[in-house]
Design a protein around this ligand. Structure first.
Ligand SMILES: C[S@@+](CC[C@H](N)C(=O)[O-])C[C@H]1O[C@@H](n2cnc3c(N)ncnc32)[C@H](O)[C@@H]1O
Length: 333
């Protein structure tokens, strides 16, 4: 099987149209081959030429490419012009994984989150996992290093305070759609194989609270006692202008002081309970996504199909209708 065959074949009508175009106009986009003459890109163009008896087609010979490099190359060339269904995409993910591409490389080249890649792989045949994979650094690593380190311990009771609660792929994809790209994940599960595809990551060892943040931030902090410190840090970094925009995935604890500190930012209360990372069931608490930045319309556009977006309403000149010191109120943490 050559590299191009990881992609599903064209539909019959698409292939007929391509063949007709080649008959009328010739091959407009060169067919790419490796040194052995294997077609890397242009499988359908090559087939149409053979069927039409065209022998002199334009070609580009790519020299010295490793198997994994040609896979990445083919995917990069094809994914923009092919519209894959989610099932076709997952199938491609499984195929390239079984042929040695790392989860991160696949996520990068296919423009999806690491969680989506993990989900597609785990939904497929287990024998598709290779012993070693080629990482984004171009080196080979044992495949098990790629497992999401933050997967909650399945079948074990875990509390909102102790579990890792890694972001589901559907949320990461939406965050990317709002922000364009994620510059920083300040509380990451891993430096080598991070769950969130950000440019920069701070892990527990780095201590994301002790660093300056920058750019577009995605925050899914530890949900324990330290959570308020992360909210203060987020607001401080945004106030300083160092971060342009941020999206935070948080438990919807409307009774807490930290929740009230975020009151001026729109938030999407997610319907139902999130299934975090590879957890077998929903979380034991509701979740919300808070948007910190100026482009709130984009946030509403992208998130309003998975929850309701709320913003604070105040009467002009009156501020909040409920004061913070009412003696019938008790503030949570
Ligand atoms: C809820 S998980 C989120 C993981 C990942 N960012 C995601 O969204 O899938 C919170 C992560 O923060 C990490 N963490 C805990 N304390 C931290 C600190 N002081 N600085 C950076 N990361 C920290 C934990 O190890 C954990 O992996």
């Amino acid at each position: 099987m050559n590299s191009s065959q990881v992609l599903p074949p064209l539909r019959e009508d698409e292939y007929v149209a391509l063949k007709r175009s080649i008959q009328e106009n010739g091959v407009l986009v060169p067919i790419e081959c490796d040194e052995q003459g294997n077609v890397l890109d242009g499988h359908h163009r090559f087939k149409a030429c053979r069927e039409l008896g065209i022998k002199d087609w334009p070609r580009i010979v790519r020299k010295g490419m490793m198997e994994e490099e040609s896979l990445e190359h083919v995917l990069t060339l094809n994914l923009d012009r092919r519209h894959l269904t989610p099932e076709e995409r997952d199938n491609v993910i499984r195929q390239v994984r079984s042929r040695g591409l790392s989860v991160r490389s696949i996520a990068q080249v296919m423009h999806v989150g690491v969680a989506t890649v993990h989900r597609a792989i785990s939904a497929g045949v287990p024998s598709g996992t290779p012993a070693t994979v080629r990482g984004t650094d171009g080196k080979r690593h044992p495949a098990q290093r790629e497992r999401a380190l933050c997967a909650p311990p399945l079948g074990v009771h875990f509390s909102s305070e102790t579990a890792e609660w890694c972001t589901p792929g559907e949320i990461i994809e939406r965050v990317q759609r709002v922000l364009g790209a994620i510059d920083l994940d300040p509380c990451s599960d891993s430096r080598d194989a991070p769950h969130v595809p950000a440019q920069e990551h701070y892990t527990r060892e780095d201590d994301g609270l002790a660093h300056l943040w920058r750019g577009r931030v995605y925050l899914n902090p530890p949900y324990g006692r330290e959570l308020p410190a992360w909210i203060d840090k987020l607001l401080g970094e945004y106030g300083s202008g160092r971060i342009a925009e941020a999206i935070a995935l948080l438990p919807a604890r409307t009774d807490t002081q930290w929740f009230r500190k975020l009151r001026s930012f729109p938030r999407c209360f997610l319907w139902g309970r999130l299934r975090f990372s590879e957890a077998s069931s929903g979380a034991p608490f509701p979740s919300m996504i808070v948007y910190v930045g100026d482009r709130w319309e984009r946030f509403v556009e992208v998130f309003s199909d998975i929850g309701d977006v709320y913003a604070l309403v105040e009467l002009p000149g009156r501020g909040s209708s409920v004061g913070g010191n009412s003696n019938w109120l008790w503030d949570g943490t």
